[in-house]
Design a protein around this ligand. Structure first.
Ligand code: HEM
Length: 497
C-alpha cells in the first residue's frame, strides 16, 4: 500500500517495487546508504521507495535537504514512529521524539546545556579527559585496548557534562549498562528492521520465546537496563546536590533552574539526561575511530599535522584550545573525518507533519499510522564528486583555501538538518578536536608489523546499523617523542595545564 494518488502531482521517481514487499530487490541491508546512493544516480536526488508498508523518501543532495528539512522545517521536523523503540524501552529518547511540545521542552533543556557559548564551560573538563585518553593509550597494547580508550574518552566526557560523574576506566557500573543497551539499540532501530514491525504489528504481540522473536527477547532485557539507566545516575546527582558537592552539570543546572516545577518537568530532565549518553557516546567514539583509521591509512596526512603542531606548539607542552585558530589543518582533518565516513550515513530519519509538493513531486504525509520516513542520505552528500573530487580518498586539503586557511565548508550535514540538527554538535566538536590534536602531538599511528617487520595490510570492516564505525583494525600507536614513558607524559601534561 502506498500513498500514490490518482490525480495531482506524481510521487518522486524510484525503483520499481515488488508486490507487497516493495523495494527489496538489490537492497544492501547492512549498508543501505550504498543502495540508496545507486538509486540516486539512477533516479535523482529525491527518490521514493517503499519497504513493506513503510514509505521511505530518500534525499541525496545537500540542496534538496536544505530546501526541505531547513527551509520547510515546519513540515519536515517530525520523526517516524519506530515501533522497535518502544519494545526496547527507549521511548523516552528525545532523538526519536515526535515533533510537539514534549520534544520542544527536551530540546530546550539540551540547548541550555550545549549551545555554543554554554559548551565552552566544558572545555577544561574536555582537555582533562583528552589527557586521560593519552595516558590510556600509553598503557594500551592492542587495537582492542585503543578502541576501549576511545570509548572511555567519549563516555566519560558525557557522564561529566551531564551528571558530574567521573566514570571509572574499567567496568563502570553506569556506563556498562548503557553501552550494552546501545549496542542492541543501534542494530534493532535500523529503519529496515523497524519497517518489518510496521508492516506486521502482530509480531509485537507474540511472546518473546516465539521463534524469530529475538528483538522481543532483547527488548525485555533492555527495558530493565533502561529503567536503571533513567534512574540511577539521576539519583546520584540529586544526592550530590543535597550535600552541596556537585560541580555544574546539565542535570544540576536544570534542576536548579526548574526547581519549582512539577513532576513532569523533573521527568523530562531525567529523560533528556538519559538521552544525552545515547546520542553522544557512540557518535563521538565512532568519529574518533574513523580518525584513527584515516591516520593509519594516510601517514602523509599525519606527518603534515605533526609538523604543524610542532611549529605552533613546540614539543614542551601539549596543544590546547587557544592553539586551535593557528592550526587550520587539524580542523581540516576533523572535517574530512566527518565527511570521509559519516558515522550516521543515513542521518536520523525525519518525517513530514503534513503533505507537501516539491519541484512538481508529491511528498505524502502517509496513509497509515506510520509516517513516511524522510532519510537524508548523508553518505551520498559526502560522496558528491563535484564538491569532493576523489571522494573515497582522505584529503583534508579540500577544506583549505589556497592560502592555507579553512574554507566555508564545515561539513555540517554530518550533524543533520533544520530544527532537528544535532544539539550536541558544539560539545562533540570540542571533544573530537582536543582528542585528535593531543593524540597527534604525542603519538604516531602506524600499521602493525608482521614477524618480518612488514606492514600488515588490511581491509577495514564496519559495524553497521543506525550508526556505523570501523571494527578494531591492526595498528600500533607509539610515542612520537624520544624517551617518552608514563612519567614523562605526566610531566608533559602538567606542563600543559
Ligand atoms: C561527532 C559526534 C556526533 C555526530 C556525528 C552527531 C550526529 C547527529 C545527527 C546526524 C543527528 C540527527 C539530526 C537530524 O535529525 O537531522 C543528531 C541528533 C542529535 N544529537 Fe548528535 N551527533 C554527535 C554528537 C552528539 C553529542 C555529543 C550530543 C550530546 C548531547 C548529541 C545529541 C544529539 C541529540 C539530543 C539529537 C536529537 C536532536 C533532535 O531530535 O532534536 N549528539 N546527532
Amino acid at each position: 500500500k502506498t500513498s500514490k494518488r490518482r490525480d495531482g502531482p506524481p510521487l518522486p521517481p524510484g525503483p520499481p517495487p515488488l508486490p507487497i514487499v516493495g523495494n527489496v530487490r538489490g537492497f544492501d541491508i547492512d549498508a543501505p546508504w550504498v543502495t540508496y546512493t545507486k538509486w540516486a544516480a539512477a533516479y535523482g536526488d529525491l527518490v521514493y521507495t517503499h519497504f513493506f508498508q513503510q514509505e521511505i523518501i530518500v534525499i541525496s543532495s545537500e540542496k534538496v535537504a536544505k530546501d526541505l528539512l531547513e527551509r520547510r522545517s515546519h513540515i519536515y521536523s517530525d520523526r517516524p514512529e519506530l515501533p522497535a523503540n518502544k519494545v526496547i524501552g527507549m521511548d523516552f529518547n528525545s532523538v526519536l521524539a515526535r515533533y510537539g511540545p514534549g520534544w520542544r521542552f527536551h530540546r530546550r533543556l539540551f540547548h541550555q546545556a550545549f549551545k555554543e557559548d554554554s559548551s565552552i564551560s566544558f572545555r577544561p573538563m574536555q582537555l582533562r579527559k583528552a589527557h586521560q585518553f593519552l595516558r590510556g593509550i600509553m598503557e594500551s597494547q592492542s587495537p582492542e585496548d585503543y578502541a576501549a580508550c576511545i570509548r572511555l574518552h567519549s563516555s566519560s566526557i558525557i557522564m561529566a557534562a551531564v551528571y558530574d560523574y567521573e566514570a571509572s576506566p574499567r567496568d563502570d557500573p553506569f556506563v556498562t549498562v548503557i553501552e550494552k543497551a546501545i549496542e542492541i539499540a543501534i542494530t534493532d532501530l535500523r529503519p529496515q528492521v523497524s519497517a518489518v514491525f510496521s508492516a506486521f504489528p502482530i509480531l509485537l504481540c507474540l511472546p518473546s520465546w516465539f521463534p524469530g522473536m529475538g528483538l522481543k527477547k532483547r527488548g525485555a532485557v533492555m527495558q530493565k537496563y533502561m529503567n536503571k539507566w533513567l534512574d540511577e545516575p539521576f539519583q546520584y546527582v540529586k544526592e550530590k546536590m543535597s550535600t552541596g558537592t556537585t560541580a555544574p552539570c546539565m542535570v544540576s543546572d536544570a534542576l536548579e533552574k526548574w526547581q519549582n516545577e512539577d513532576g513532569e518537568v523533573v521527568k523530562a530532565i531525567q529523560e533528556v539526561a538519559a538521552t544525552a549518553f545515547i546520542a553522544a557516546a557512540e557518535t563521538t567514539a565512532s568519529t574518533m575511530s574513523v580518525f584513527l583509521l584515516a591516520m593509519v591509512l594516510y601517514p602523509e596526512v599525519q606527518e603534515r599535522a605533526q609538523a604543524l603542531i610542532d611549529s605552533v606548539v613546540g614539543t614542551g607542552r601539549l596543544p590546547n584550545f587557544e592553539d586551535r585558530p593557528s592550526m587550520p589543518y587539524i580542523d581540516a582533518i576533523l572535517r574530512e573525518t566527518l565527511r570521509w565516513h559519516p558515522i550516521a550515513p543515513m542521518g536520523v530519519p525525519h518525517a513530514t507533519y503534513s503533505e507537501d509538493v516539491y519541484e512538481g513531486y508529491y511528498i505524502p504525509k502517509g496513509m497509515h499510522i506510520e509516517l513516511p520516513m524522510i532519510l537524508p542520505n548523508v553518505w551520498a552528500m559526502a560522496r558528491n564528486e563535484e564538491k569532493y573530487p576523489n571522494p573515497d580518498e582522505f584529503i583534508p586539503e579540500r577544506f583549505l583555501t589556497a592560502d592555507g586557511n579553512l574554507n566555508d565548508d564545515t561539513c555540517n550535514f554530518a550533524f543533520g538538518f533544520g530544527r532537528r540538527i544535532c544539539v550536541g554538535r558544539h560539545l562533540a566538536d570540542a571533544s573530537v578536536w582536543s582528542a585528535m590534536a593531543l593524540m597527534l602531538a604525542a603519538f604516531k599511528v602506524t600499521k602493525s608489523k608482521d614477524e618480518d617487520g612488514n606492514d600488515i595490510d588490511f581491509e577495514p570492516e564496519w559495524f553497521g546499523g543506525l550508526a556505523t564505525h570501523p571494527l578494531p583494525f591492526p595498528c600500533s600507536i607509539t610515542p612520537r617523542l624520544e624517551g617518552m614513558n608514563m612519567e614523562r607524559l605526566n610531566a608533559l601534561i602538567e606542563a600543559s595545564a
